[in-house]
Design a binder for this molecule. Structure first.
Ligand code: NAP
Ligand code: ZN
Length: 348
């Protein structure tokens, strides 16, 4: 079975609604697998990019980098996967494979630039198209195995939201005895709560309001505060070892830095379209760290999936059909998502 054209939803131009179309898929090469995509999560990054929020994109754009599916065909040199295997693809589909970061399993930081799953040009200069599509061809080294214990629909969002929180939580030592705050209870944030709780940390959600408090506590948070309430910042001053911000809009970082203990770290993973302001005294006082983190490498993504399967951590999802993507984008933009929209690609 070879597929040269795949059905997909694409934004034809920046800010234009997504519409059904077809996109080319390359023939299955020596080390490629053809994936029949089953589910694709909607990440806020899809919306930033489809609307040129981070700069000029490549159009038509088929977003989607939270991809779960089944291997439908393998190239003759493929050793890791067989037809029928359940696999995932995240934010990148290639990298140089020889720089120090690729060799260290941090392909996302490839010196030549990792090839984005969409909104990118591949090593041959052809545009890449993402997971809002029925099929995808990818080098076996850039796919990961979805463990049996995880259903494909709840696994899809782990390929970006899951790894984006797992990686900094591990790196910054979230675990027993550590107080961790997650800012923003959206797609990334809700996975942060689940994973930090499973790692044994004491977890606090800092959300704009108390609207989603019951959910937050059910997902594993020990405490839940509204950031619209100024009293929150007074009460929590100096409280946390680690704060992860998943907020998609510019955030006043000084207020959040003041919530760290001496030596604590605020790790920002949210990627707003505008710069933010920072008073450097916020990090000088208390020897605090302000850091960032970008997704994770292939090996760590596999580790995260195995961890999530072991702890029964899927994403909380709302499954939608292809014709509901534009409406879902609006709902994500108004923080009205509980907690990830996932496209059933059989509806494309
Ligand atoms: P999301 O589902 O929309 O969640 C973002 C949450 O931030 C919202 O649910 C909301 O939570 C909060 N929020 C939104 N606007 C806010 C505002 N004006 N002030 C305060 N809080 C606000 O988005 P997502 O998919 O989780 O992605 C979040 C961000 O991370 C995006 O910018 C995305 O591009 C970025 N991202 C980064 C990486 C990385 O590697 N670093 C990977 C993936 C995504 P409450 O309603 O609880 O307040
Ligand atoms: Zn993403």
């Amino acid at each position: 079975m070879s597929v040269t054209q795949a059905a997909a939803y694409a934004a034809p131009a920046p800010k234009a609604p997504l519409e059904r179309t077809t996109v080319p898929r390359r023939p299955v090469g020596e080390h490629d697998v053809l994936i029949e995509v089953k589910y694709a999560g909607i990440c806020h990054s899809d919306i930033h990019q489809a609307r040129d929020g981070w700069g000029e994109g490549i159009f038509p754009m088929v977003p989607g980098h939270e991809i779960a599916g089944v291997v439908a065909e393998v190239g003759p040199g493929v050793t890791k996967y067989a037809v029928g295997d359940r696999v995932g693809v995240g934010c990148f589909v290639d990298s140089c494979r020889e720089c120090e970061y690729c060799l260290a399993g941090q392909e996302q930081h490839c010196v030549q630039g990792a090839t984005g799953t969409y909104n990118a040009l591949d090593r041959n200069g052809e545009p890449t198209y993402g997971g809002y599509s029925t099929h995808l061809v990818v080098d076996e080294n850039y796919a990961v195995r979805i463990p049996e214990g995880l259903a494909l629909d709840v696994a899809a969002p782990l390929l970006c939201a899951g790894i984006t929180l797992y990686s900094p939580l591990k790196h910054w030592g979230a675990g027993p005895g550590k107080k961790v705050a997650i800012v923003g209870l959206g797609g990334l944030g809700h996975m942060g709560v689940k994973i930090a709780h499973a790692l044994g940390a004491e977890v606090t959600v800092l959300s704009q309001s108390l609207r989603k408090r019951e959910d937050g506590l059910r997902l594993g948070a020990d405490h839940y505060y509204a950031t619209a309430d100024e009293a929150t910042f007074k009460e929590l001053k100096g409280r946390f070892d680690l704060i992860l911000s998943t907020v998609s809009a510019p955030l006043g970082l000084d207020r959040y830095l003041s919530l760290l203990r001496v030596g604590g770290a605020l790790v920002n993973v949210g990627a707003p379209e505008e710069p933010v302001e920072l008073n450097l005294f916020s990090v000088i006082a208390g020897n605090r760290t302000l850091a960032g983190s970008m997704i994770g490498g292939i090996a760590e993504t596999q580790e995260m999936l195995d961890f999530c399967a072991e702890h029964g951590l899927g994403s909380e999802i709302e499954v939608i059909s292809g014709d509901q993507i534009n409406e879902a984008y609006e709902r994500v933009l108004s923080s009205d998502v509980r907690y990830r929209f996932v496209i059933d690609t059989s509806t494309i």
